[in-house]
Ligand binder design. Structure first.
Ligand code: WT7
Length: 650
């Protein structure tokens, strides 16, 4: 790195009260890797088990003898851990603090007792509808309390939930429903984001007309905006009606620690999104422990994570981690810039939020509007800030620290993935000095390493591909329905290690600096989009012959989507068609996959064996035609020249 790095030493006042100090981190980290059974056996005691585990870790990344089991003889129920066990001491404590999209509607305070009752009513209703342990349920809901209730009700009856983000289009819903053969879908009439309506029920209707979705027997519809929707009887049922009159208690299913808790689809470098499967015991231990440790949790914290439950951040750090810890979690339906760009800070003041966890893309967007919309609010309740989803540029980090946190609040830059279930690399405030832009040090039990292209481990200061040499309890267990793909994707590239797909640098102090994906995955505003998915959406258009999609640096989104499109012979390249194709991708996958640029490509740069040279396309998209590198293996070098000229507007 050429620019100097400023170190923000741990704050003495913060460290005086924090859960961990410098010495604790070093000692506990050493213990955690020296004796994982002792360490993770101890951590597991934080949960309530029907049967406490006696076997802690049983893992081998060796392909001949592959297994990942944690707490394998333990039995528990996730909803009991998130609800029942708090009733005696925290029954009246607010579990969920719901802030509507519309700031004029009163916030809802849902106590642990009330949340328990709502979950039990829905769980009973699900059982009445024939849902059994192991059944899959798709949840396609806005950020409203029912989303949390639905997840926990599934957990209570042992059904495996698959939450699909509300920004996905019918095709994407259908793929996800079909892949796991969901029996039931829980949705709402509409969602609301910045007063804009999202036709959730209509999207489900369209999805369920698509092939492969006839496993769905029931659709439960939450009445949220009150909009009129088509109810197709007997398939569709109002949520209100099915939960009405249900008992407020419900016998929880006894789950083995390795029984699945949920599936969450995420994009990979090839093919369709994969169903990342997490199991009950290890996941819950890891989510709750990291939530407490990384956010330095206190009993009276008002904790706000701005993610959507459609992503893993929402699963681990809005629902399972905070509720297992008996915390108060804010659930926000809206967006950062509605009704104005002070919304986040106004919500923080209104509810006295003490811990705030958001994404770099939101910080960059808000930073553009200057300091005034922040400074006119108090934010005095804040004591700790966090970020997740993509590398944070040091400028955004400093703005977050100085302007949002008034130079008082440490920032935890947390690196992790859908696959990892919880945070793996992060500072622990009070214990680890901060460096803007670095996720800093491995969490307890986490063993990162950097490897070169041949798999050789790099020591000391180095840059390479990031792998994890051993397991942690929150690790995904398989790709739903496709175990070979799990092994292939994560364990074949660097035998003996889990490959993250990220590039990373380690500095002289042993700090980790994530440099971004090294595979064909684009990180758009902290959301993963597979280039292959966008390409297949494009080529499904009748006028498209071929498409190649790459990421490019984007000021707000981190990375944007750049599509090169070759039309079938005789089709005219014009702006109308360009717009039509962009809209087509939006419709096929969802708004999050909307290409930022679409460039006509009379031909694509290929090797003589026909492989598209994406490295070259990335450089053209970046507008760096002088850095194309070695082009000697191109089948037809003139293709590149014409793409560069088009990009430069020549
Ligand atoms: C990818 C995982 C983890 C929940 C949200 C995203 C990138 C994530 C950071 C960070 C740099 C980060 C990585 C990772 N990423 N957090 N703090 N610094 N990069 O989950 O959709 O599974 O994406 O997000 O590239 O591999 P996801």
């Amino acid at each position: 790195m050429t620019h100097p790095v400023t170190v923000y030493p741990t704050d003495a006042d913060f460290a005086a009260k924090s859960r961990y100090r410098r010495e604790d981190y070093e000692r506990l980290y050493a213990e955690s890797v020296a004796d994982p059974d002792a360490f993770w056996g101890g951590v597991a005691k934080r949960l309530d088990w029907f049967k406490a585990p006696t076997k802690i870790k049983n893992v081998s990344f060796d392909l001949a003898d592959f297994r990942i089991h944690w707490y394998e003889d333990g039995e528990l129920n996730a909803s009991v851990n998130c609800l029942d066990r708090h009733l005696a001491e925290r029954g009246d404590k607010t579990a969920l603090l719901f802030e509507h999209d519309d700031p004029n509607l009163p916030a809802e305070h849902i106590s642990y007792r009330e949340l328990h009752a709502r979950v039990c009513r829905l769980a009973n209703a699900l059982r009445n509808l024939g849902v059994k342990k192991g059944d899959r349920i798709t949840i396609y809901l806005p950020m409203i309390p029912e989303a949390v209730v639905a997840m926990l009700a599934c957990a209570r009856v042992g059904a495996i939930h698959s939450v699909v983000f509300g920004g996905f289009a019918p095709n994407s819903i259908a793929d996800r429903v079909a892949d796991c053969a969901s029996k039931l879908v829980i949705t709402a009439d509409e969602g609301l984001r910045g007063s804009k309506k999202i036709p959730l029920k209509a999207n489900v209707d369209a999805a369920l007309k698509l092939p492969g979705t006839n496993s769905v027997e029931t659709v439960l519809v939450v009445r949220h905006t009150g909009a009129a929707v088509d109810m197709q009887m007997p398939r569709d049922r109002w949520y209100d009606a099915v939960v009405e009159g249900q008992p407020e208690t419900c016998e929880p299913e006894r789950m083995n620690a390795e029984d699945p808790l949920f599936i969450l689809y995420t994009s990979g470098s090839t093919g369709k999104p994969k169903g990342v499967l997490h199991t009950t015991g290890g996941y819950l231990v890891y989510a709750s422990f990291t939530h407490e440790a990384v956010f330095d949790l206190r009993e009276d914290d008002i904790y706000w994570c701005t993610a959507d439950v459609g992503w893993v951040t929402g699963h681990s750090y809005i629902v399972y981690g905070p509720l297992a810890n008996g915390a108060t979690a804010l659930v926000f339906e809206g967006v950062p810039n509605y009704p104005d760009v002070s919304r986040f800070w106004n919500v923080i003041d209104k509810h006295k939020v003490s811990v705030f966890y958001t994404a770099p893309t939101a910080i960059r967007a808000l930073m553009r509007d200057g300091d005034e919309p922040v400074k006119k609010t108090s934010r005095a309740s804040l004591r700790l800030l966090g970020t997740v989803g993509e590398p944070i540029n040091p400028e955004a980090w400093r703005w977050y620290y100085e302007v949002v946190g008034d130079s008082r609040c440490p920032i935890v830059d947390t690196w992790w993935q859908t696959e990892t279930g919880g945070i793996l690399i992060t500072p622990l405030a009070g214990a680890i000095d901060l460096k803007p832009g670095s996720a800093s040090k491995p969490f307890f039990g986490v063993q990162p390493a950097l490897v070169d292209a041949n798999g050789g481990e790099l020591e000391g200061e180095a840059e390479g591909n990031l792998v994890l040499k051993d397991s942690w309890p929150g690790q995904m267990r398989t790709v739903y329905g496709d175990h070979p793909r799990f092994i292939e994707t994560y364990f074949k590239t660097y035998p003996g290690s889990y490959f993250t797909g990220d590039g990373c640098r380690r500095d002289a102090d042993g700090y980790y600096w994530i440099t971004g994906r090294v595979d064909d995955v684009i990180n758009v505003s902290g959301h993963r989009i597979g280039t292959a998915e966008v390409e297949s959406a494009l080529v499904s258009h009748p006028k498209v012959a071929e498409a190649a999609v790459v990421g490019f640096p984007h000021d707000l989104k981190g990375q944007g989507i750049y599509a090169y499109v070759t039309l079938i012979a005789g089709e005219a390249q014009n702006d109308d068609l360009r717009k039509e194709l962009v809209a087509w991708v939006r419709k096929e996958i969802g708004p999050i996959a909307t290409p930022d640029h679409l460039q006509w490509a009379p031909g694509l740069p290929k090797t003589r064996s026909g492989k598209i040279m994406r490295r070259i396309l990335r450089k053209i998209a970046e507008n760096a035609p002088d850095q194309l590198g070695d082009t000697s293996t191109l089948a037809d070098p003139s293709v590149v020249e014409s793409l560069v000229n088009e990009r430069l507007g020549k």
